[in-house]
Design a protein around this ligand. Structure first.
Ligand SMILES: Cc1cc2nc3c(=O)[nH]c(=O)nc-3n(C[C@H](O)[C@H](O)[C@H](O)COP(=O)(O)O)c2cc1C
Length: 223
């Protein structure tokens, strides 16, 4: 089985998407005869190559992080290039891997529905969507401290490589917790009155010389 893989992270090869994909593909390629071809959507100048690869593919895995409750711009751009393939006979099967910073699986459910609709528009067999919350810490954590999570991705990849299907039990484990218990949500609500939630982001803004623009509204009414 040959799989065409798209990595839609703005961090390309150094992001959490790449790490989760590594484990999944380790399992996938452990099945004899399985191969994959990786496309990093961040390299937008190669968009024509990405679209053409879709046209030739039998099986596709589109993996990306959630950005602002939706898809990163580079993923949206790629999806829009697929319009000529809508309803074409022989389109590839579609599997998706989506993940996000917030820990609750429910954060990703609307996006999951959007992707199911995308498969329907394309007329592709919808294999399913891998959902994982709390992914921002993945790249900061040494692999030996992440055994359970990464092993689940590997086992999922192997089973997919054998059957062409995503194991429903593993999918349901990876998307947990669906919702945080009420008392945890209350603690987060209280913390939102402090600088706790912003400190990491503020550090990034300062590092990139953008701190003074943190309240900018480039598309807002007061532009
Ligand atoms: C611009 C941007 C927007 C984001 N929006 C969300 C969001 O709406 N909800 C969420 O849970 N996480 C959000 N995140 C967190 C990412 O989904 C998370 O950090 C993910 O692990 C990044 O994956 P990557 O390293 O492969 O890019 C956002 C991150 C960025 C950079």
């Amino acid at each position: 089985m040959k799989l065409i893989v798209y990595n839609g992270s703005g961090r390309g090869k150094s992001g959490n998407t790449a790490l989760l994909l590594d484990s999944f593909l380790k399992g996938f390629t452990s099945v004899e005869g399985n191969t994959f071809e990786m496309h990093i959507l961040m390299h937008t100048s190669k968009m024509d190559t990405f679209t053409a690869a879709f046209g030739e593919a039998e099986n596709v895995l589109l993996a990306f992080p959630m950005y602002t409750d939706m898809v990163p711009g580079i993923v949206k751009k790629f999806i829009e290039t697929l319009e000529p393939y809508c309803g074409r006979q022989g389109n590839p099967s579609m599997a998706y891997m989506i993940h996000c910073g917030f820990p609750e699986g429910i954060q990703l459910r609307a996006l999951e529905a959007y992707l199911e609709k995308l498969s329907r528009h394309l007329g592709s067999r919808h294999v399913g969507t891998i959902l994982k919350g709390n992914s921002e810490g993945v790249r900061y954590t040494p692999p030996e401290k992440l055994p359970q999570q990464l092993i689940r991705f590997e086992v999922l990849g192997k089973a997919y490589g054998q059957t062409g299907e995503l194991d429903k039990d593993i999918l349901s484990t990876l998307s947990q917790p669906e919702r945080l218990p009420g008392w945890v949500a209350t603690i987060f609500r209280l913390l939102s009155f402090t600088n706790f939630g912003n400190s990491g982001w503020n550090e990034e803004l300062k590092k990139n010389g953008a701190y003074q623009n943190r309240f900018a509204r480039p598309d807002g009414e007061d532009k």
